[in-house]
Design a protein around this ligand. Structure first.
Ligand code: 2M8
Length: 432
């Protein structure tokens, strides 16, 4: 494979900045040139995290422009469309028709789905590492009520199982679109019948479910994005451990940010306890957290990177932490991959080293697991995850994802979260 092993930290940092600058629109960062010409939700949270130690104002602008797309019911959409090349990505604004919906913002087109709620953790990161304290304080005060509204939406409209967790209603909401965890729940979704047309390259994407992705989006849209429809009729509803683990970590972040915003941290602590109890009661089985299909499928038998999401909870009981880390470090995940962490258990029938979210290693999930290791004081694991992630980008560049066995890059080049999180890892390395 293409090897750039000689790239030193300073050069790597400069290359990362060049990618972020090239993908900067003036108010937000697109995930990659060409393939993703709009602002994506969790991509922007990772970009904000990567910028946090270097440029408070730009990190804040990234989050603010995303939240300009927030719906009045609190939902933060998974895509905020740019008017330029609006239909260059499918499904574009003409499919989602957010402008026709009373809860959607005026003047900006968005999708009707959400993505993992990492926003409060990203804001905490900006606050924690601020280079400009006054800007960070103003930012926390401005964003705090928006994030409270986002969390309220998840706790009400999205608690479709009634057990205290938020359900995703489309694989796109997980951020791990093609994960084999969604294969079984998607079986219950009748395909749209209209062929999925994707202008861009689909290298590394499984073909099987595209029609069902579109069908799900259209059904939800045609219901008027109604909460009652989601509860009673929508055929896809899954409690995902990564989505909920991220939500819990964001509740912990809101509890710390609340005093900065002059608010009471108490409700966020209550939410943390509720989500943790629900994760343990509803998703824990056989030593891992597993996705629960609320439409009848029960707990997923497939183990993926998503199973480790609740490790982000710094108060997760120690025996659960030990079991999870045991699996993570075993040959099922890190132990048999030269370039960890594979997005799916290697021994699983569904594992595919080259297919999006079905095997490749990703910089963002590596970063999340490294953060999880840090909150549990697992210094060795923090070091390994940081070093192996930097080795990936040093050797193959800021690719979208990587082959877990030989480290070669897959998907888009000049991918924003790979570049941004490299900046965060480099800063940590420099700090020692
Ligand atoms: C991928 O998802 C989009 C749909 O949202 C797609 O496949 O077109 C995923 O990797 C997702 O996690 C990411 O946010 C998005 C943009 O980078 O691309």
């Amino acid at each position: 494979m293409e090897s750039r092993a000689a790239v030193d930290d300073a050069a790597l940092g400069r290359e990362a900045w060049a990618v972020l600058d090239a993908n900067w629109t003036g108010s937000a960062t697109v995930p990659a040139p060409g393939l993703y010409p709009h602002q994506w939700n969790w991509d922007s949270t990772f970009v904000a995290i990567g910028l946090a130690r270097w440029d408070t104002r730009r990190a804040g602008t990234e989050l603010l422009s995303l939240l300009a797309g927030q719906w009045s019911n609190g939902m933060v959409p998974h895509i905020v469309f740019r008017p330029v090349r609006a239909e260059a990505y499918f499904p574009g604004p003409s499919v989602w028709r957010s402008r026709d919906h009373r809860s959607a913002p005026n003047g900006v087109g968005t999708s009707g789905l959400t993505q993992p709620p990492l926003h409060a953790l990203a804001l905490w990161w900006i606050w924690r590492y601020a280079t400009d304290r006054d800007t960070a304080t103003a930012l926390v005060r401005r964003l705090y009520p928006m994030l409270v509204a986002q969390h309220d939406y998840l706790a009400t409209v999205r608690d479709l199982g009634g057990g205290g967790l938020a359900a995703i209603v489309h694989p796109w909401e997980s951020g791990m679109d093609d994960s084999p965890v969604w294969d079984a729940p998607l079986e219950a979704v009748p395909p749209a019948g209209t062929p999925y047309r994707r202008a861009e390259s689909s290298e590394g994407r499984p073909g099987g479910h595209q029609d069902r992705y579109v069908a799900l989006a259209l059904r939800y849209r045609d219901s008027g994005y109604e909460a009652a429809y989601l509860r009673d009729e929508h055929p896809f509803a899954v409690e995902d451990p990564m989505f909920n683990g991220i939500w819990l970590a964001s509740c912990q972040a809101l509890a710390e940010l609340a005093p900065v915003a002059g608010a009471d941290p108490g409700p966020h602590r209550v939410a943390v306890e509720r989500i943790r109890a629900a994760l343990l009661e509803r998703l824990w089985a056989d030593g891992l957290f597993r996705a629960r299909d609320l439409r009848g499928g029960g707990l997923s038998p497939v183990c993926t990177i998503g199973c480790f999401g609740p490790l982000l909870d710094r108060e997760l009981p120690a025996d659960h932490v030990a079991e999870l880390v045991g699996v993570l470090e075993s040959p099922r995940f890190m132990g048999a991959a030269g370039y960890p962490v594979p997005s799916c258990e290697i021994r699983a029938q569904e594992f595919d080293r080259s297919c999006y979210w079905r095997g490749p290693s990703w910089v963002n999930t590596n970063w999340l697991l490294r953060r999880a290791a840090a909150v549990h004081d697992l210094a060795g694991l923090v070091r390994v995850l940081g070093a192996s992630t930097l080795r990936l980008v040093r050797q193959a560049g800021f690719r979208e994802c990587f082959d877990p066995f030989d480290g070669s890059g897959r998907g888009s080049r000049d991918f924003s979260w790979s570049a941004a999180l490299t900046l965060d890892l480099l800063a940590d390395t420099v700090e020692g």
